[in-house]
Design a protein around this ligand. Structure first.
Ligand code: FNR
Length: 186
């Protein structure tokens, strides 16, 4: 079985983020042929085309290099005002430029949205899919993952309350592994 290196981008920066907890759970239950690397997006200066004239910020160069070297991406995001948090959009924009050097292009992706609301961040999930389509990232269509009522998923020790729901996350990651495989040039 081929091994893949997958970047994980979490749209929330806060320490106790439910999205981070779900991302950790997804990594834990994923097939063992996938290695994960969490990508820090909270330290990136806001995208500004002028900064790409000359020497762009080192953190932008690091992000672009990382994205280039990884095989696929898992996005786990909250919904902010029915859309994608600025920090995540900023990271997407940075590694999509300079023009003609979109390093996301062709890399398979999966989207999970996690919200304390009942509809599980549907708006953010689909705004993100719109951007990923433009970035030419083959994004897994099914299963979809809208994780709602996030405050009732984990106990105070960060453990899954409803162990039966683990099956959903296991299936999702198996499907993602298959999606990466069929969308990666052999
Ligand atoms: C939110 N939240 C939210 N939730 C939702 O379902 N739809 C929304 O449009 C919004 N909008 C929104 C805007 C802003 C600025 C914040 C800070 C929050 C609530 C959100 O789901 C909640 O804060 C989650 O806990 C965020 O995810 P993390 O940080 O726990 O991963």
């Amino acid at each position: 079985m081929k091994t893949y290196n997958v970047g994980v981008l979490v749209g929330s920066l806060r320490k106790e983020s439910f999205n981070k907890k779900v991302a950790n759970l997804l990594v834990e239950v994923a097939p063992k042929n996938i290695n994960f690397e969490f990508i820090e997006i909270g330290n990136l200066p806001l995208f500004d085309e002028d900064l790409d004239q000359g020497n762009p910020p080192q953190s932008w160069a690091n992000l672009r290099e990382k994205v280039t070297n990884l095989d696929a991406f898992l996005f786990v995001t909250p919904e902010y005002n029915r859309s994608v948090p600025a920090a995540l959009k900023n990271a997407l924009d940075i590694a999509s430029r300079p023009w003609g050097q979109n390093v996301w292009s062709g890399k398979p992706a999966a989207v999970v949205s996690v919200s304390i609301g009942a509809i599980g961040g549907f708006g953010a999930n689909h705004h993100l899919r719109q951007t990923l389509a433009f970035l030419n990232m083959p994004t897994m269509a099914q299963p979809e993952a809208y994780v709602g009522n996030a405050m009732s998923i984990f106990d105070e020790n960060g453990k899954l309350i409803n162990e039966e729901s683990k099956e959903f996350y296991v299936n999702f990651m198996q499907a993602f592994a298959h999606h990466i495989d069929v969308n990666t040039e052999k």
